[in-house]
Design a protein around this ligand. Structure first.
Ligand SMILES: [Zn+2]
Length: 169
């Protein structure tokens, strides 16, 4: 079983698939490169949402639609630009020395480039405007998004309620 990342479930051709191991590495590099770049709450939320796709608990079921990320319509443009900056930082191997292994660069670059092209295609018109509210309303008071967005001391990665996605791998 792999994981499919789609722009929008209604357009199945705008998608790519990753193996389970590949998904873990894909999330590792996005979080390790991107976490130090997240400054605003809406930016941190996007990365924590990705961290919640941790393979440890969702094996084989980590696929998602980009329109269902917790986009804040008020800051959509700057948050989309932020996410592309995060992908570029991962492509530049920013902070990869903090990983205790070397991801397969060729495969990861292919995933990151395909993810970038889907994120580039997302628009305010097609985002799921209920996604942010629905996601937040399911959260406990002690969820990291409600507790000042703590980070892993070892990896500098924003934590989800599963902990550090990199430590968990
Ligand atoms: Zn960690």
């Amino acid at each position: 079983m792999g994981n499919s990342i789609r722009l929008d479930g209604n357009n199945p051709e705008e998608a790519f698939s990753m193996s389970n191991g590949g998904t873990d590495a894909f999330l590792n590099v996005l979080l390790i490169s991107g976490s130090p770049l997240a400054k605003t709450i809406s930016q941190k939320r996007l990365l924590v949402w990705l961290a919640e796709k941790d393979q440890i608990v969702t094996r084989g079921n980590s696929g998602f639609d980009i329109i269902d990320m917790p986009w804040d319509p008020d800051t959509f443009g700057e948050d989309k630009a932020f996410l592309i900056t995060v992908i570029n930082a991962a492509l530049e191997r920013k902070n990869w020395e903090l990983l205790d292994y070397s991801p397969d660069s060729k495969i990861i670059d292919s995933y990151l480039e395909q993810f970038k092209s889907l994120v580039t295609a997302v628009t305010p018109q097609i985002i799921n405007k209920a996604a942010l509210h629905d996601w937040l309303s399911d959260k406990d008071n002690d969820d990291p998004v409600n507790c000042g967005f703590p980070k892993c001391r070892k990896h500098g990665v924003l934590l989800s309620f599963f902990g550090c996605q990199v430590c968990n791998g």
